[in-house]
Write a protein that binds this ligand. Sequence first.
Ligand code: GLN
Length: 559
Amino acid sequence: MTKHIFVTGGVVSSIGKGLTSASIGMLLEARGLRVRMQKLDPYINVDPGTMSPYQHGEVYVLDDGSETDLDLGHYERFTSGTLTRDSNYTTGQIYLRVIEKERRGQFLGKTVQVIPHITNEIKEAVLRLADPNTDIVITEIGGTVGDIEGLPFLEAIRQFPQDVGRENCLFIHLTLVPYLKAAAEIKTKPTQHSVGQLRQIGIQPDMLICRCEQSISREEREKIALFCNVDVQAVIEEKDKDFSIYEVPLSLRDHKLDEFIIKRFGLNAQPLRLEAWDNLMFSLRNPKHEISIAVVGKYAEHKDAYKSIYESLDHAGIRHQCQIRIARIQSSDIEEEGPERLLAGYDGILIPGGFGERGVEGKVQAIRYAREREIPFFGICLGMQCAAIEFGRNVIGLERAHSTEFDKDSPHPVICLLDEQRNVTQMGGTMRLGTQPCHLIHDSIAQRAYQTDSVSERHRHRYEFNNVYRQQYEAHGIRFSGLSPDGGLVEIIELPSHPHFVAVQFHPEFKSKPTKSHPLFARFIEAAIERHNGRKQRNTPSAADGSSGGALESSAVTS
Ligand code: GLN
């Protein structure tokens, strides 16, 4: 019988439920259990694919092409269970399914209501993950307890133990235990209130994970346990990490979280195996190099907009025992201030994906700067398209070369709409999405990095390189090192005459893990380290030594 863990959040939003849920999954896997993870989001959009990164941060894409919440990125980075479109449901999707059933007449004349029809649909969504190959399903409920829109989800999980047995369900509530400086003490009242609200709905949490700045004493844990009606061993502290998010599972382990869950479910589990995780922490704590990377994007000021990119850079840093300082640079600022001022001194420049015209010219200028100054460059999706535009304009001399996404009348549309996109009118879920195979050209940078001739990577785009221009680009030194199996679509371009100039149409950042850096990120960072070390020998200043124009942040893993 599959066991179910439900994770809710209280007191405030952004309390780190995604990371905590992923860490729980990771610890249970490290005990030899088969875990699947899922997020239920209370908003009405059918998926986050139509939302601006300002609203929602990054849209995380799965192998099957579903566009999902960025917390699923944490799940994939921390655990190995497969994620599919059943791993993320929104209110919009649940209602859509119910309304479609109603239109088909499946409710046989009944009045369709939140209870039982919507709640049944939610319970089915959870049960879809329970199968004989799964020991534990972890379901995270988005939002904060007390939100009106979260109520149907909470009601559904309240009913859930009636269907599968209370002994097969565990409710974990993540809450905030603030420290009041003026009083010099931590406060447990918000937690009591939040648990009170859950109990009003009919959910008695089995475990409380308490986010806090200061450690919680045994006495205070006893107080929380007493007021909230949970075991004192099940009041678990999760202190803020000022070093790395990858410490979270280790600290939950120190507070015996896995032990409690396994005992409570009466499961047979192996002793904890965390070698891979210990190794990555060792690498993080003992860097041999320190470099700086400029990420030039449209939403640079928004920390969550390129979450997987920042994390993938860190994974590559872990792989090379290298501390990476990331400067998040707004591409539109480059248009105003020029690349010389904002990009001087970095060891590598990365241009991530994006949509819409704002900042595109700044990206093109940044790529020109990277190409001409021989700075390691990595372009992703729109970053690849901008690289093609830059090369077309400044090397081949194609006047006003552009993407038809931004200039419909360009005399040289070097990036144009994919054929399959020409008649698309609906915006949601209609891009070229999900895993696609890609063949690599022998002895290219990409092929050497991957160490294989064929890969599959995740996509999310409508535009592509215009094949009419392929020969011209090749004649000027571009190598098309990755193509779709029929050769029809350009997936990777590189510039062999440059120390490291690689740009990809897909999103490698969705497949990188802290314990297994993505090969293209690893190679990019290796090239940046080479440049940094070469520069040290020549004694030229580097941004990592504090001489850059942009504001440097410490590694992105520091939350
Ligand atoms: N806007 C571009 C396209 O749709 C790039 C998309 C992206 O970077 N994800 O093709």
